[in-house]
Design a protein around this ligand. Structure first.
Ligand code: V0D
Length: 265
């Protein structure tokens, strides 16, 4: 963790913003023993960011990829264990065909530009969501990531792709009914823990913190089951403008909130 702190300060000096007292104050105030294990983010506002500048929506998605790079770095430096980024929802198929086609090529582009750094940082890349409707070339990029990073033990970076929480819950129910019919699951074994084993997120801890950018104060079908006890943090900032400083602010706010579960209140 001390290494993480050093890296943050080093990065700070390299980008020549030592006079930015806000930022260094935020870093100094972070409690390194209370870093959230799992942070999930709804990366909203790329299209709006572009429209505001008279640019095509795809320019917003491209700018959003730069933010992904920056946030992955800082999350890794802080020692966060799991980062889940909502990159394509089950509803996003309704967007114009050209936009969908463009988005589906981003995993390969991200692979080409990032695989080297991700490997050097010991980051493991995975996806959550339904693989079935995704184009072959998109799945092949994701599978390349999986294959080349499967032994990595550092930050787990998940992309929620073709993900929708209600359909995930139905997928879990189907899985349970199938196991029950096959004699592998008994009705008295149905509880919160066994149910969670049938979700796409079966191998992940629940998010401690969920961040949504760009002003909407909604969950929008993202991790309905998993966010039951999570801290929720919203900002007006659009995803392409969401920088390291905003992320550190979210972590600091998370640490300020006392985490009391319903039972303790
Ligand atoms: C566009 C802003 C990385 C949000 C970020 C297909 C919208 C950039 C990925 C990615 C997207 C996905 C899987 C993977 C590696 C990278 C990505 C999509 C959109 C939707 F294994 N950025 N990104 N995927 N955007």
């Amino acid at each position: 963790m001390l290494e993480a702190l050093k890296r943050l300060f080093r990065g700070h000096q390299e980008i020549g913003v030592t006079s930015d007292t806000d930022r260094s104050e935020t870093i100094k105030q972070l409690k390194f023993g209370q870093i959230p294990k799992h942070v999930a983010i709804i990366m909203d506002g790329n299209g709006r960011w572009a429209a505001k500048r008279g640019l095509p929506r795809i320019a917003g998605h491209q700018a959003g990829m730069k933010t992904v790079r920056e946030i992955v770095r800082v999350a890794d430096d802080l020692g966060i264990e799991v980062l889940t980024l909502y990159s394509f929802s089950t509803e996003n198929w309704k967007r114009p065909r050209d936009e969908v086609n463009f988005l589906m090529k981003l995993p390969q582009e991200f692979f080409n530009s990032e695989i080297k750094e991700l490997k050097s940082r010991n980051i493991r890349v995975e996806m959550v969501g339904s693989e079935s409707q995704l184009p072959g070339f998109t799945m092949s990029a994701i599978n390349q990531f999986r294959e080349e990073t499967k032994e990595n033990t550092g930050l787990q970076l998940n992309f929620a792709m073709n993900y929708g929480s209600r359909s995930e819950i139905l997928y879990a129910v189907e899985g349970m009914l199938r196991d029950q019919a096959g004699g592998h699951l008994d009705i008295d074994e149905v509880n919160e823990e066994t149910f969670a084993r049938y979700l796409y997120t079966r191998d992940l801890p629940d998010p401690d913190l969920m961040i949504r950018t760009s002003g909407e104060i909604r969950i929008s079908n993202f991790m309905l089951w998993q966010l039951a006890y999570s801290e929720l943090w919203f900002t007006e900032t659009a995803w392409p403008d969401f920088k390291e400083k905003s992320f550190l602010q979210a972590i600091q706010d998370y640490q300020r909130r006392s985490r009391r579960y319903g039972a303790l209140k």
